[in-house]
Ligand binder design. Sequence first.
Ligand SMILES: [Zn+2]
Length: 278
Amino acid sequence: MNHHLTRLPLRLALGGGLATLVGLLAYRYRALDGGGALAAAGTGTLVFAAGGLSWSASMFGFFIAASTLTRLGGTRKRSLAALRREASRPRTATQVLANGGVAATLAALQILHPGDRDYTLPYLAALAAASADTWATELGVLSPSPPRSLRTGRPVPPGTSGAISPLGSLAMVAGAFFVALLAPRRLPRWPVVTAGSLGAILDSLLGAMLQARYHCPHCQCILENPQHDCTGRVRRVSGLPGMTNDLVNALATFAAALLALLLTPGQERSRRSASTGS
Ligand SMILES: [Zn+2]
């Protein structure tokens, strides 16, 4: 245990350096805005200090894949009303923390309680849920057939929260599977895929049932985010106040992490005692 503590400052410094570099590059290539880069650097520092290169590689892989998919099919995405103002925008600190906040919290827990248990699987499950939701959204909008709302069953415009299409559902499982592939070889992959996919399904359900939607009388559009580039004054037309898409994402990653903890109690404990015994 002392061994871990003495190395912690070094891990924080090294992680801080690497994460700042990644944050600066993401800012330079407009994947993140200033606040987003800062949030990513903080998250990356904790992740490296907690899990070293293995945890960092999964987060880096998730981030690179998500950023690439966001840019994929840009022309088509720009033509879709629901996404027009979102597609090309750098991600903000709120968006980074909505997707990575639970992972960062698990990293902090691992740093503070190194001997308690191994948080690698819950950490990966949180990432897998974020990845599954991102892949489903970014690839699902390219679906030739419009998605159907989980609330009404009726076709809705591509990009609408709480709606699913066959292509989007396939992309969802693929997104969770992708993170599972980045898991250390000593760990089972099924809890990551299962918890990640179920987290993303919860994300869609919450998006359909509870997420707030706003109407702008000026541009006559339905919005998922009250802030948009227009002078119109928006009014909430459905969902719970404050239940934004970002909050829904955060809840989904939290549920996935919790599920992974519940799915693998024996596994975690026995492996931990085995590794400390050797
Ligand atoms: Zn407007």
